[in-house]
Design a protein around this ligand. Structure first.
Ligand code: PMP
Ligand code: GLN
Length: 401
């Protein structure tokens, strides 16, 4: 008997059915089509340090990484990741057993969730959440339980009681992101210590996405969750060269965690890409060893850009939330009145904005299960040249003119 193909059955499986094309692809395509300034997808419009690019060229020419690198990543990079953690945070992961190189943070997230979750497990995640979290939780057959960050006094806050209440007997892990995309919130030491205590009390794993670890401003500080008491053996920390060195196309990310966790994550990772980005791994090893002046200069540059865009968005009539970390600003469009959307609908606003003002932004609602909670918020990226930001601002000012 031949196998029947039912036309009634959709091709895309049930786990992924709710996820269409990612908003980043949709909005970057819209930017290209309309010739707009793309403040949507978060990628810098200038590449990272020349010496790091040259290191990649040299690795490629010297035949380093042109064939499959070792599954856990090249030793040079694993050693550099461990040294960076030591230099920044006083942590000392073993490069052989506690570091895993991945195809960007995206693969690290996927591998961690696919490795650590059973169908039916619950994952408590901060909402709004980076879009791949929801898809990967779904691929693992688990259920996401969002805890909504809410705006108060000019920034988004985590309600720690709500977080505590979201944990049930089915909760397997907390999925944390700080500095937080898209709100720009950086969890404080006090907030992180409560999260850590909750994880210990309820015996939860924690996957923490810290890709913006170097982008914190003013008096905010980035404190890795793995440094809190009881967290070492339950935390999977994720970071990426894409953000820190402005090479988002290289897709070099990494996981640091206790050996048993790294082994588990590697079990899933080896069947996703197995390995990736060979020559770039050598270059990122050199990038991580750059002097503090690089990291400080990068941060100061982004801070100046934040200030240009934040001031411009406020002048253009948006309510602007304070960005303490990342390279994103979340705004509320409602003070603009009925411009481009009658009822503060960020989707309608972002779909109409390119035609009307030649600028692309991201509707934060895509990062929410409680869509209505995110409806009026729109995210702008400021990892662009200052002149580009200034041109975007002058275009946005025409909205309320
Ligand atoms: N996590 C967050 C919070 C991000 O914003 C991004 C991408 N910008 C990623 C993960 C993915 O990082 P990568 O490009 O290294 O896969
Ligand atoms: N992380 C980037 C952002 O938030 C986009 C990455 C992607 O396109 N998947 O804009």
């Amino acid at each position: 008997m031949s196998r029947m193909t039912s036309s009634a059955r959709p091709l895309l499986n049930r786990r992924l059915a709710e996820f269409g094309t990612t908003i980043f692809a949709e909005m970057s395509a819209l930017a290209l089509r309309t010739g707009s300034i793309n403040l949507g997808q978060g990628f810098p419009d200038t590449d990272g340090p020349k010496e790091v690019r040259e290191a990649a060229v040299k690795a490629l020419r010297d035949g380093r990484g042109n064939q499959y690198p070792p599954g856990p990543g090249v030793p040079e990079l694993r050693t550099a990741i461990a040294a960076h953690q030591q230099r920044r945070y006083g942590l000392s992961p073993d490069p052989d057993t506690e570091v895993l190189v991945t195809a960007g943070a995206t693969e690290a997230i996927a591998a961690a969730l696919l490795a650590l979750l059973e169908p039916g497990d619950e994952v408590v995640a901060l909402e709004p959440y980076y879009d791949s979290y929801a898809a990967c939780v779904a691929l693992a057959g688990a259920t996401r339980i969002p805890v909504t960050l809410r705006p108060r006094e000019g920034r988004f806050h985590l309600d720690l009681d709500e977080l505590r209440d979201a944990v049930t007997d089915r909760t397997r892990l907390l999925l944390i992101n700080t500095p937080h995309n898209p709100t720009g919130t950086v969890l404080t030491r006090e907030e992180l210590s409560v999260i850590a205590a909750l994880a210990v009390e309820r015996d939860l794993l924690v996957v923490t996405d810290e890709v913006y670890e170097h982008l914190v401003y003013d008096d905010a500080e980035h404190v890795p969750l793995s440094t809190f008491p009881g967290m070492r053996d339950r935390t999977v920390t994720i970071s990426s060269a894409g953000k820190t060195f402005s090479f988002t196309g290289w897709k070099v990310g990494w996981v640091t965690a206790a050996p048993a966790l790294v082994t588990a994550v590697r079990s899933a990772k080896q069947y996703l890409t197995y390995v990736a980005s060979g020559p770039f791994q050598y270059a990122v090893a050199e990038a991580l060893a750059l002097p503090d002046t690089y990291f400080e200069g990068f941060r100061a540059d982004m801070l100046a850009k934040r200030d240009v865009l934040a001031a411009g968005l406020a002048e253009a009539g948006f309510e602007v939330f304070r960005t303490a970390g990342t390279y994103f600003i979340t705004t509320d469009i409602r003070p603009l009145g009925a411009v481009l959307s009658k009822d503060g609908d960020g989707f309608a606003f972002c779909r109409a904005l390119p035609e009307r003002a030649g600028v692309v932004a991201i509707p934060n609602a895509v990062f929410y299960d409680h869509r209505e909670a995110g409806a009026p918020f729109v995210r702008f990226a400021f990892c662009k040249q200052t002149a580009v930001l200034e041109e975007a601002v002058s275009r946005l000012k025409t909205l309320s003119a």
